[in-house]
Design a protein around this ligand. Structure first.
Ligand SMILES: [Zn+2]
Length: 162
């Protein structure tokens, strides 16, 4: 069984969201830090981040290449279950997306992808299922990005392969 067959497509595509988000922030900078929404269906997914312009084709290519590099590097993915206060104190607001986790949620599942050098590649309060390392994602192929200027939202569609 090859590595990409070990997880359902949706788990691979969901995990890809985290890997791609890390690449988006490295390529586009801190202005792209806030995730507005995510969507996954089968091998297809879409990451939507708050941003202020349409990226160039070169930037989109760079995001795709960097995401695939991090998949090939087979980075470890760890989930820490922490009281909300402790998670916020340790990691700060970077664990959150644009829209807040409801206050009544007191325990957070902090999903962390560690980069080769031990630094955090991506961190997010997320209680969904992920692959144990990034190689199980397979490969990501980005689609045509869409920038919605009125909402300042950048939509990045993708598919996981094979
Ligand atoms: Zn997740």
């Amino acid at each position: 069984m090859s590595s990409t067959e070990e997880y359902p497509d949706e788990v691979r595509a969901h995990t890809a969201l985290h890997v791609i988000k890390g690449a988006v922030v490295r390529v586009l900078g801190e202005d792209a830090l806030w995730t507005a929404s995510t969507y996954v269906s089968g091998k297809h997914g879409r990451l939507t981040v708050k941003f202020n312009r349409k990226p160039t084709p070169e930037e989109v290519k760079a995001i795709e290449e960097l995401a695939n590099k991090k998949i090939e590097e087979d980075l470890p993915i760890e989930v820490k279950v922490l009281p909300r206060e402790e998670a916020e104190e340790t990691y700060g607001n970077v664990i959150y997306d644009l829209y807040p986790v409801p206050q009544e949620v007191r325990t957070l599942y902090i999903t962390i992808i560690y980069d080769k050098d031990g630094n955090i590649w991506n961190i997010n309060a997320c209680n969904k299922q992920h692959t144990k390392t990034t190689k199980y994602v397979g490969k990501v192929k980005l689609g045509k990005v869409r920038f919605r200027a009125s909402k300042q939202l950048l939509e990045i569609p993708f598919d996981v392969e094979p």
